[in-house]
Design a protein around this ligand. Structure first.
Ligand SMILES: Cc1cc2nc3c(=O)[nH]c(=O)nc-3n(C[C@H](O)[C@H](O)[C@H](O)COP(=O)(O)O)c2cc1C
Length: 187
């Protein structure tokens, strides 16, 4: 039976949705893993999928230095699952996107890590060395933002999702693949 990875995300203007699509593609590229992508707008139809998942990857844009209110609403709704510790020992990981290079994205990933800990989940880090941090580096480097806790993407405030950096999307794919491979290793 194949393992299941669910990507749950919110996106107000499409950027984080594109990042989520790439996280999903990375997970789906691993043989033996079935991936599903769920917007928090539609999550009420997917609580059973989350219950059946071996891993859940959480994604939100960074708004005002933390996850978007819509994603927080999903977090709060998940307290029903928390009561029974329904997600205990599932793998968890996270990604976020914002307009500024930093934009306080780390705070959103920390928020997602703490959230996963409240659910007694096992957090999977990004697993990439930082890119674009030397004279030999460039924005084309994987993990160009240099995060460790999860996948970060930076999207210019005056451009749509189609203009997102290819390296950020590849970094997102890497995270999805890494979580899927970790799920298989756990057996
Ligand atoms: C209400 C609001 C708050 C924002 N706060 C931040 C922020 O704290 N840091 C930042 O870098 N960008 C911030 N942004 C910019 C968004 O993170 C950025 O436009 C992002 O690409 C939006 O992702 P989305 O298209 O998935 O909604 C904010 C945008 C909005 C609408």
């Amino acid at each position: 039976m194949s393992k299941k990875v669910v990507v749950v995300y919110h996106s107000g203007f499409g950027h984080t949705a594109r990042q989520a699509e790439h996280v999903f593609n990375g997970a789906a590229s691993v043989a033996g893993v079935e991936a599903l992508r769920v917007s928090v707008d539609a999550v009420d139809a997917h609580w059973d999928d989350l219950a059946a998942a071996d891993a859940i990857i959480f994604g939100a844009p960074t708004y005002m230095g933390s996850v978007s209110a819509q994603f927080k609403e999903f977090m709060d709704k998940s307290s029903k699952v928390w009561f029974g510790q329904g997600w205990k020992d599932k793998l968890a990981a996270g990604f976020t996107n914002s307009a500024s290079q930093s934009g306080d994205k780390l705070n959103s990933l920390v928020q997602l890590m703490v959230f996963s800990a409240q659910h007694s989940m096992l957090w999977v880090s990004l697993g990439l060395m930082p890119g674009n941090n030397s004279s030999a580096g460039s924005v084309e480097d994987l993990n160009r933002i240099g995060g460790y806790a999860g996948a970060m993407a930076q999207s210019n405030a005056d451009q749509g999702a189609e203009a997102m950096q290819a390296s950020d999307l590849k970094t997102a794919e890497h995270l999805g693949r890494r979580v899927a491979e970790a799920v298989l290793r756990l057996g």
